[in-house]
Ligand binder design. Sequence first.
Ligand code: DAH
Length: 345
Amino acid sequence: MSDQVFGKVSDLLNEIESAQPATNEELETFRIRFLGTKNIIKPLFAEIRQVPDSEKKAFGQKLNELKQAARNKYNVCLESLSSNGHEVESSGIDLTLPAGPYEIGARHPVSIVMNEMIEIFQRIGFTVAEDREIEDDWHNFTAMNTPEHHPARDMQDTFYLQGSDKMLLRTHTSSVQARVMTSQKPPIRIIAPGRVFRNETVSARSHCQFHQVEGLYVDKGVSFADMKQTLLYFAREMYGPETKIRLRPSFFPFTEPSAEMDAWLGTDTEVTRRLTKGTGWLEVLGCGMVDPNVLENCGIDSEIYTGYAFGIGIERSAMQKYNISDIRLFFENDNRFLSQFRSVL
Ligand code: DAH
């Protein structure tokens, strides 16, 4: 029964919204039907008795909205009829309709997670350094202890600019380390967020473009223990205060010793199982003590200074955080995907 009453209200609302009184006579008919002393809305107020108590309030609001809609429509039409001095031509376009609401944009999930990482490191004194995506081979590779013909260059399949064997799309944000160290003196404590590119086959797990946050700390007496504690702090801020981490020995040309850090996420959900390949451990970042060659390449005395560096992949953390199972979704610009992040700041 109450469904019927609600149905009546929404039918009337539709009628009001689609009404296009284009002459004074039509407008008067509209007024009598919806706003006159014997208007059609009035008797609906009596029907509130048939509505269950829990819905009475909503029903009352609906009726008031209906009245308001009729009044608005009437006023708008009245104004346009009188200001034109003549009747609105029936062109099929109703210029009196109020403009629709603006669609509010949403932050991209990669930006959300990237900003979260930036804030975590800013709280402990890191500042943001950004630099170019089109890099030269020296900053991307040579300075980072990966000279020409070094086999480690094959670790990252590179996009070179057409007709150039020197200019490329940076394969990692480590290139910003070289930019910063050649232009600033220690102490250096920066993070470098940004987009990187690799010539990889696109699949649900990997893409030819993705994002990293690079970290670099160079000063007198910086140790591996400093790095470990900083990364533990990061993991706990990012994944929760109980998070465990592990460091696995690894190899990167620009650090010695090198490690990869995993965070324990468990295997409770399908996404964590997939992202951790069933192990419960998410590969979060690569890190290590800055290789003395890198310091020297950039004009920093490695007898005096030491440092640590790390590079965090952003997409994987974003996938874990928002239960996203396919990395390609980040780059398709599909509004059905993006608009879901509207409520997240
Ligand atoms: N550049 C590495 C990559 O893209 C990540 C990385 C590893 C960055 C170790 C670092 C580091 O700064 O110390 O795979």
